[in-house]
Structures are given as structure tokens and as C-alpha cells.
Design a protein around this ligand. Structure first.
Ligand code: GP9
Ligand code: MN
Length: 421
């Protein structure tokens, strides 16, 4: 009810991070393209397998003009996996502690990026080479306010083009281009890649990159499929140039969640060149790459700790959109007030100084076990952040508050039935 929403508003207002004037509006009016990099973890960036870069294209963007690369960015997904990451990117709210928010809360009222940008004249579209009902996307996207959803029905799902869940990334981007070019500008579009998905095995002929040799086929194959994903991104960037969209488009790329679970720690220790993967190191392995590419913007490598919920305020501020009136749980990664305690969905957290894993408190830098009390303050902050987000999501609180100038999405206005069907 209204007292719940007031509490949430007070918490979020008290924690608001002012935008950084150096970056505010640097991408004003540009198209936005998000790319969900399936299962891509940060350790693969600049990793060399037998002297060869696994992801040469993504590596080439690190530290480059036009690109912000966030080297200490962590995924915060739970059981909703890819869809949890999508939810956080589009809403700056956490997924659920149990189950998938896409499945369980698809009818909620939201203050999503597509809805906010609609008031600035943007159209929105989601591209994904799997069928629209997977993760209940066809329902949740109505509440987020996606104008278009190009799912498997729009792609050539031939045997040669597909692998487990759907389209392989290279034909996926290729076939997406005419659809993307058909959109009215400016657009907010997201592309959800698929090829680099567990168990990572490639079809013959799809890559000439070598597999790893770490005594574990899942880990070994990861290098090949991550390389394939990298190639598909390189091709997409050249399509953007050919189409003339490149200069007018901001590209945000993020690893959606880990690809290699703790079950593969023995092989991962070899990959990382350590004796064993400790619990602390496992938490550090939850880093996923985040790139924000804006032609004409000064690039750099950003070392601040951050997480999924922080991306939306960062992107909106780059677009010159004031977020003060919206209820977002994350904080702008480029703000001086950015919060660096990064909760995981289970209540553990990482930060540049201390890391909490279960009942243990560690020094993030040297791995020493600390007195539990040294984690208490940040644990409380992490819990408060998760609880506030959970209150919004579980009680559908955004129903009770419409920011000035914002038109709530009416999900009945949306349907994703392909023309002619
Ligand atoms: C399926 C894709 C992969 O459509 O999003 O799902 P995941 O298992 O990574 O959540
Ligand atoms: Mn995924």
C-alpha cells in the first residue's frame, strides 16, 4: 500500500547517486543496443590460450577510445539466469531470491528503460533466436513495454543455423540486421546471444579455434564457443558500420552470468594458474565483462566495483535522462557517489575491501579470513538494498507511484504475433 511505497521512495532518494557531469548526456539522442553475451565471464577477456587471444575483438575495445570497460563488474543473477540479467538491465531492480521474476511477476507495473525512453521518442525491440515463450519473455516484455519482439519465428531456424536453444550467433546477427534497420530511430534494442551456452560444444566447421586442454570437456569447449561469440560481435560491429548506424548508436555489452560452475573448479584452477579455487576466488570469478561503447566519447578502463542493477542509471545518464524521479535500486557506475558493495542474489556480497560469503568475512585483497564484525555494516546495506527491491517486485509497488512526465505501460497495448500468422 502507500506506506510501503513511501518507505521505498525514502530509501531510494536517500541513496541517490548524482550523475557525473563529465559523462552526463554524452550519448544524448543516440540509439541504444544492448548485447547479452551468453555466459561470458571476465577471466576470458585478454586470456591467452597457447599464446592466442580467445576474444580478440572484445579485447581490442578494452582501454580504447569510445569504450568504457568495467573490469570489476559482477553479475547478480539468480535462478532466472539470462532473464534475471535482462530484468536488471531494463529495470534496475533485482530478480527474485527464488524462481524467475519473468515467470512469476510478468504482470507487474514497471518503470523500465523502454518505458522511460518512450517518452523521449524511442521505440524498443528485443532480438532473440529462441521461441518467445522461453522464460515467459512474451509476457514480461509486454510489461517492460517492448514495441517489437523478434523471436525464432523471424529467423531461419535450419539445422545448420541452430545449436541447442536456438540461433547460432553469427547467422543471428546477420539475419537481425534488416530487422534492426527497419526500426524507426532512435531505438532501444537488445540482442540476446545463445551460442556460448553450457555445455559449449561446437558443431564441426563453426570454429577453427583450438579447445582448451584442462581435462574437462565443458571448460575446454568454452574457449571455442567464447571465441565464436567474439567473432559474431566483430561481425555485428562491421554491420553497424556498413548500415550507417554505427556513429549514432551506443552499444552496451554484458556477460549475463557465469558459464562455468563450481563443479568445474579443478579445471578452472588450471585455467587460472592457481592450486585451487577458494570460495573467495569463486566470488571473484563472478565477474562478467561490461562494455559501453559510444562513438565520440572518451573511453577508459573503469575499476569501480559494480553490478547489473547499476547499468540502467549509468546508461540513462549517458543519454542525458534524469533518473531522480524513478525508483531504481542501482547507482550510476560513473557517479562519485556510486556504491561499491555489490550484493549477490543470495545476500553474500563483494566489495573492493571485504567480501562476505555465507558466515565468512574475507579481506578481498589478500583472502585473509576476518572477524565477522568487519562485514556487518556492508552486509546490512546489501540486505537493505535487496529487501527494498524485493518489496517493489513482490508487492508490485510501482503501481502506486507514477513519476511526473511518465506514462505507465499498458501491457494490453502489446502483442508479439508475427504479421500474417
Ligand atoms: C534461452 C536463453 C538461455 O532463451 O536465454 O537461457 P539461460 O539458461 O542462459 O537462462
Ligand atoms: Mn544465459
Amino acid at each position: 500500500d502507500s506506506s510501503d511505497i513511501t518507505e521505498v521512495q525514502n530509501y531510494i532518494n536517500a541513496n541517490f547517486a548524482e550523475p557525473n557531469s563529465v559523462y552526463y548526456g554524452k550519448a544524448e539522442g543516440k540509439n541504444v543496443v544492448y548485447i547479452s553475451l551468453e555466459s561470458l565471464q571476465s577471466f576470458i577477456i585478454n586470456y591467452k590460450l597457447n599464446g592466442e587471444e580467445v576474444t580478440p575483438f572484445l579485447n581490442s575495445l578494452v582501454g580504447k577510445q569510445d569504450t568504457l570497460y568495467f573490469e570489476n563488474f559482477f553479475h547478480q543473477t539468480g535462478q532466472g539466469k539470462t532473464s534475471d540479467a535482462e530484468f536488471m538491465m531494463d529495470n534496475s531492480l533485482y530478480g527474485m531470491s527464488q524462481g524467475s521474476v519473468f515467470v512469476n511477476k510478468a504482470q507487474n507495473t514497471l518503470q523500465s528503460a523502454p518505458a522511460i525512453l518512450k517518452t523521449k521518442g524511442y521505440v524498443s525491440a528485443a532480438f532473440h533466436g529462441n521461441y518467445k515463450t522461453f522464460w515467459n519473455r512474451n509476457e514480461m516484455y509486454k510489461s517492460i513495454g517492448y514495441d517489437y519482439f523478434f523471436d525464432a519465428e523471424y529467423y531461419d531456424m535450419s539445422e545448420e543455423n541452430t545449436k541447442n536453444y536456438g540461433m547460432k550467433d553469427i547467422p543471428f546477427f546477420k539475419e537481425s540486421m534488416p530487422l534492426l534497420e527497419s526500426l524507426q530511430q532512435p531505438f532501444y534494442a537488445k540482442f540476446i546471444t545463445l551460442s556460448n551456452h553450457h555445455p559449449f560444444e561446437m558443431d564441426e566447421g563453426d570454429t577453427d579455434f583450438p579447445a582448451g586442454d584442462f581435462g574437462d570437456s565443458v571448460v575446454n569447449d568454452y574457449f571455442q564457443s567464447a571465441h565464436y561469440l567474439d567473432e559474431s560481435i566483430k561481425e555485428f560491429f562491421s554491420y553497424l558500420k556498413e548500415s550507417g548506424l554505427y556513429d549514432d548508436t551506443m552499444v552496451v555489452m554484458y556477460g549475463d552470468h557465469y558459464g562455468i560452475s563450481e563443479n568445474h573448479n579443478t579445471a578452472m584452477a588450471k585455467v587460472m594458474g592457481v592450486d585451487e579455487i577458494t570460495p573467495l576466488m569463486n566470488s571473484q570469478l563472478q565477474r562478467v565483462p561490461l562494455f559501453i561503447h559510444v562513438p565520440g566519447m572518451e573511453g577508459k578502463v573503469v575499476s569501480e566495483y559494480g553490478g547489473d542493477v547499476d547499468v540502467m542509471p549509468t546508461v540513462l545518464h549517458l543519454l542525458g535522462v534524469d533518473t531522480k524521479d524513478y525508483l531504481q535500486i542501482g547507482s550510476d557506475l560513473l557517479s562519485k557517489d556510486h556504491r561499491e558493495t555489490i550484493p549477490f542474489r543470495n545476500g553474500d556480497y563483494v566489495s573492493p575491501t571485504v567480501t562476505k560469503i555465507g558466515d565468512n568475512c574475507y579481506d578481498t585483497n589478500n583472502g585473509d579470513l576476518l572477524d565477522a564484525a568487519q562485514c556487518t555494516k556492508q552486509a546490512e546495506n546489501a540486505a537493505a538494498e535487496l529487501q527494498t527491491s524485493d518489496a517493489i517486485v513482490s508487492k508490485d509497488l510501482l503501481r502506486f507511484y507514477t513519476p511526473k512526465g511518465f506514462t505507465p505501460i499498458n501491457r494490453d497495448d502489446y502483442s508479439y504475433v508475427k504479421n500474417g500468422d
